[in-house]
Structure formats: C-alpha cells, structure tokens
Design a binder for this molecule. Structure first.
Ligand SMILES: [Zn+2]
Ligand SMILES: [Zn+2]
Length: 364
C-alpha cells in the first residue's frame, strides 16, 4: 500500500511530502485514513533541533481519522468508525500498563525515543529505507497503521478537526487538572503558558470549579483568548512576581507549567502557596535542569510533580472529555487555529512556530 506523508529530515531543512510504502495492518491493528492532525509542541522540539531522534521521520501524534481497514481479530472497531489516536501504544503488560497508565510504560518511552512502534518496526519506508514514526505514531500522513488499542472511538458528532485536539493537547491539559492534580472546587490556580496545552489547562480548571484562574503568557492574543475560556485574570510574565503574587496571598493552591522550561517551572513553583502543588505539564528541551532549594519542600511543604498525557489511560479519559464536549463544558471550536493541506506542511510548521493563537492543523 502507498501513503503520502510529510517527511522530516533535520532541523533547518524543509519537510518533504513523499509517497511512502506502508504495510497492511497485522492482527489486532487497523488502518486509519487521517482527517486532521494538530501540530504539537513535541513536534516542534524536533523541528527546532532541541530533540534529536532518528530520521527520516513522520512527525505528528495528535490526530483524528476514519478506520479504513481492520486486521485479523479486530473486534473493537469496524470500517467507517471515526477515531481519535492515542500516542501511547504501550506494551500492555508492565507494571505501569497494568496500573492503567500506558503513557508511563518504559517500553513505550523507548519506542518514542527510537521513533518506532513498540515492536521496533515502523511499517513505513521510502525507496526501501526505513521511515520512522514520531512519538510512536507518525500521524502527518494520509494513512497510518496502528494498534486497535490506540484508535479510540470518537462518535460521529464531533467534527474531525476538533476531535484531533482531544488526542494530545486536551487529554494532556484537562487531564493535568482533573486527573493529575485533582483540583477541588473553590481552589486557586495559576497556569504558566497559554499555548495549546495551557488553554486546555485553563478549561480544566474551570471545569473543576476553581474560583481563581490566573494565566500568564507574553503573547497578548493568547491572554485575550484564555479570558474567554474561564481565566479570571491574564497577565504578562513581568506582572506575576510582585503585585500579583501579593494579591494572591503569596501563592495559589495549584500551579501548572504548561511550557516546561526551567524558567517557567521556577515561576510556577515560586507562585505555589505553602502546602500547594506545582505540576509540570510541558516537556523541556533535552538537557535542561532545574535548580531547586530543598527548603522550599521542607519548610513550605510544597509539592512539585509532573504529568504525562493527563495521568490517565486515554481509553478511560477520552470518554470523560467527550462528555464535557457534548455538555458544552469543554470548548474545542475556539481552540482551532489555521488549517493547511499536507502539501503546505512547511507553512503549517511556520505558523505553529510563530505562536499564532489556536492549534495549527493539517488535513492530510
Ligand atoms: Zn502532543
Ligand atoms: Zn507497559
């Protein structure tokens, strides 16, 4: 079988769209015709050269599509089903998988680092040369083959562009609040960074019933947007340290670093009240380190933790999020940014790097 895909070679070199050879789905796998794929911060780490992984590779891991064929023994899905991809095709057998946390699976994390599926294959090639799959997925393609366990039914009522966002940004951001931190009604929350994930953290805080939701971001358009999504204040980074912090009684109950840079993590941690919890949601560039003072943990009883993929099994979390979407509590439409055809992948990447408000989408 053939599929067109956006192939990434190295930082600074434009993507090239090629027709790849794609193997048929094996037992327990499905072929998905991709409808919409979001460009995520994780993809941009590769684009910017901050993470070096095997190439040539097909990036993209936040996507929605339609099942086009099923392999032997597939019972959970049928041709024509609309699905959201999970980027956690984990082993299903280790301690973390059996605890319902596939994204923590070390087998999966090795696959992600090696840009393959968990069995070490990629099933895609160009002129006989292996083409790798970013985040163990590789969704920036017309068609991909995945395990049936990571093609999660989305129903027919959520448009595919919106459904795509559920696959990474929404599960990560909303999950950080509802599943990782467990924010209680009436809590105060600070969100550092109002990009794709940060906006979903804000929405998660609203859904959780937080009474004060402060969001900090240097870009004005993003600050305006979070105010519409439930933030009670949106401030610039330099506004956070002084008057804002004193107004918040020295700190908030829960802080979320949706960026993941040591500087933003430190800003979030400093704004966490004594006894409060700081959650790192974004991923830093390779090699970055935090400078921590143990006194902040001992005398202040502050908690610093992290979350991957919303700290919940996507198969469990996705139906919860879909309920919030259908009830009008989780807004996806306003999160959509510009959309590009696959052939304009380089324009899509440029738009995403420029920080345009809303998620940049590719329609393969
Ligand atoms: Zn992502
Ligand atoms: Zn596992």
């Amino acid at each position: 079988m053939k599929t067109r895909a956006a192939v990434f070679y190295e930082a600074g070199r434009p993507f090239e769209v090629h027709e790849l050879d794609l193997e048929d789905p094996r037992a327990g796998e499905v072929l998905v015709r991709m409808s919409a794929v979001g460009i995520c911060g994780t993809d941009l780490h590769s684009v910017k050269g901050e993470w070096v992984r095997p190439t040539p590779t097909v990036l993209g891991h936040e996507g929605a599509g339609v099942v086009e064929a099923v392999g032997e023994g597939v019972t959970s899905l049928a041709v024509g089903d609309r699905v959201v991809l999970s980027w956690a095709p984990s082993c299903g057998e280790c301690e973390d998988c059996s605890r319902g946390r596939p994204a923590r699976c070390m087998g999966l994390q090795r696959s992600i680092a090696g840009s393959t599926l968990p069995d070490g294959t990629t099933r895609m090639s160009l002129d006989g040369e292996t083409v790798y799959r970013g985040t163990a997925t590789g969704a920036l393609a017309e068609r991909i083959v995945v395990s049936e366990r990571v093609a999660l039914p989305s129903g027919d009522d959520v448009p595919s562009e919106q459904a795509a966002l559920l696959g990474c940004a929404a599960l990560t951001g909303v999950g950080a609040v509802l599943f990782a931190a467990g924010v209680e009604p009436g809590s105060s929350v600070l969100v550092v960074g109002a990009g794709g994930v940060g906006q979903f953290v804000v929405q998660g805080a609203r859904i959780a019933g937080a009474s004060e939701i402060v969001c900090v971001d240097p870009i004005e358009g993003r600050r305006e947007q979070v105010l519409k999504l439930g933030a009670t204040r949106a401030v610039e980074p330099q506004e956070l340290a002084g008057p804002m912090k004193s107004e918040l009684g020295g700190g908030v109950d829960y802080t979320f670093d949706a960026v993941g840079d040591p500087e933003t993590t430190e800003a979030a941690f400093r704004s966490t009240r004594n006894g409060g919890t700081c959650v790192i949601v974004g991923l830093p560039a390779a090699g970055k380190r935090l400078d921590l003072d143990p006194v902040d943990f001992v005398r202040r009883e502050r908690v610093l933790t992290g979350t991957i993929y919303g700290s919940q099994d996507p198969a469990v979390a996705l139906p919860v999020l879909l309920d919030h979407v259908r009830a009008g509590r989780l807004d996806l439409a306003s999160q959509l940014g510009p959309t590009f055809p696959l052939d304009d992948i380089n324009d899509a990447i440029e738009a995403s790097l420029s920080g345009v408000p809303g998620r940049v989408l590719v329609r393969p």
